[in-house]
Design a protein around this ligand. Sequence first.
Ligand SMILES: Nc1c(N[C@@H]2O[C@H](COP(=O)(O)O)[C@@H](O)[C@H]2O)[nH]c(=O)[nH]c1=O
Length: 209
Amino acid sequence: MKLSFRNNVVSLAAETPEERAICALLRAADCHIFQLHAATDRGMAFSEIGPEEDARRAPLNIVQSIAPSFAPISNLAHTPFELGGQHYASIEGFWQGLKRLDPVERRAMAKLWGGEAKGRGGSVDQPTEFVYEGVSITAGSPEHWALMRNACEAKFTQNSEAREALLATGERWLTHKVRRDSRTIPGVIMADIWMRIRSKIQEEVVTLR
Ligand SMILES: Nc1c(N[C@@H]2O[C@H](COP(=O)(O)O)[C@@H](O)[C@H]2O)[nH]c(=O)[nH]c1=O
């Protein structure tokens, strides 16, 4: 193995078949971040931290188009759950249904997910006041956000795929930055809901061990 250090770059060149085999294995970690351990002048070791984005702990923007492993966290994802004895195909179906005052229309929205839920929901404005389970709620109020939090809690408690995806975000900061921020559930509120639920689930996982 040839070793050099120039312009802040450590270079290692394989010389034997065994060293070439190790290099071939390391191709899977191309562009990953490694930590250097060089306590002596006899040699060194590099321990893998992970892919650059994870290692730098870059915030994760949770939207439908995120990497598939995190996509179940998105409100648009098909993540069936129940709340108040009603079945919902997605958070978006729940949220957009709140814009419909007619119970039949609200139930129809509950069956939707993805672009269809968002698109059909976006075609009507959120009424300033609406009724949910007999309680009058002001649009965009903390009570309205609490409904989103309850629905997300139900989703992440009942849907294991969504829960695993949320736990896989580890300690990374979550954001919800979209082209046009919602007037009733701003992205910062949405991201806060996900991070609070994540902390709660992480604590539950620790106490179960
Ligand atoms: N625009 C957008 C999402 N917006 C979603 O729309 C909902 C708020 O809608 P509204 O009440 O009409 O303002 C809320 O669930 C939010 O997550 N989601 C995504 O994954 N990707 C996007 O590009």
